[in-house]
Write a protein that binds this ligand. Structure first.
Ligand SMILES: N[C@@H](CCC(=O)N[C@@H](CS)C(=O)NCC(=O)O)C(=O)O
Length: 203
């Protein structure tokens, strides 16, 4: 298995999961300028990370699909819920929220020019997104009250939350008072699999 990643990007969630699973894999760093190269577009026509290539040449893209695939392929790692349909749905509930609501809200913070050409409006676009992000993180903080993991047991949703928390800290999202998220982040930052993936990505 080969994971295509950009350091610290959403692909870090898959990288952490691969470490937690413990199966052999190769991590391949895609240079940012290489995302649009013909070679990489053959792997992921969307020109983004992550992509996961199996040894027989099958390639899977889309972070949520990859995380679910890894949970299914390695059930012994116990990362797909508690084994019940509802448990799996809970994992997907949080994956969906992070992927569809939270992750895209970072885009105006990282690249305001993709939303509005007028440079004088970039700061306003960024600030508006930062405010929206604060309310997304409040929602997640409430979910973590009394829980160590988003669904109660460790799952593929947790490293994705860890990754977006890293972005939030790096981009100055107001996380003040969100004590459950802070505790979650501190704990995951000390996790052996998280440390190994981050070290490999040079973070
Ligand atoms: N829908 C895709 C989005 C992936 C995505 O946004 N990847 C970002 C990194 S977190 C990326 O590769 N960005 C490069 C770019 O947009 O130039 C997924 O969920 O996998």
């Amino acid at each position: 298995m080969k994971l295509y990643y950009l350091p610290g990007a959403c692909s870090l969630a898959d990288h952490i999961v691969l470490e937690w699973i413990g199966a052999p894999y190769e991590a391949h760093r895609v240079p940012r300028e290489g995302l649009r190269s013909p070679e990489y577009l053959r792997i992921n026509p969307a020109g983004v990370v992550p992509a996961l290539a199996e040894d027989d040449g099958w390639v899977l893209t889309e972070n949520v699909a990859i995380l679910n695939y890894l949970a299914d392929k390695y059930p012994q790692a116990g990362l797909g819920g508690d084994g019940s349909a509802r448990g799996r749905a809970e994992v997907n509930r949080w994956l969906a929220y992070i992927n569809a609501d939270l992750h895209p809200t970072f885009r105006p913070v990282f690249r305001p020019e993709r939303f509005i050409e007028d440079e004088s409006a970039h700061e306003q676009v960024r600030q508006t997104a930062l405010t929206r992000l604060r309310s997304c993180f409040e929602y997640l903080d409430a979910q973590l009250e009394g829980r160590d993991w988003l669904t109660g047991t460790r799952s593929v949703a947790d490293p994705y939350l860890f990754v977006v928390l890293n972005w939030a800290k790096g981009k100055g999202v107001d996380l003040g008072g969100l004590v459950h998220l802070e505790r979650f982040h501190e704990r995951l930052a000390q996790d052996a699999g998280v440390k190994a993936a981050m070290q490999q990505e040079g973070l």
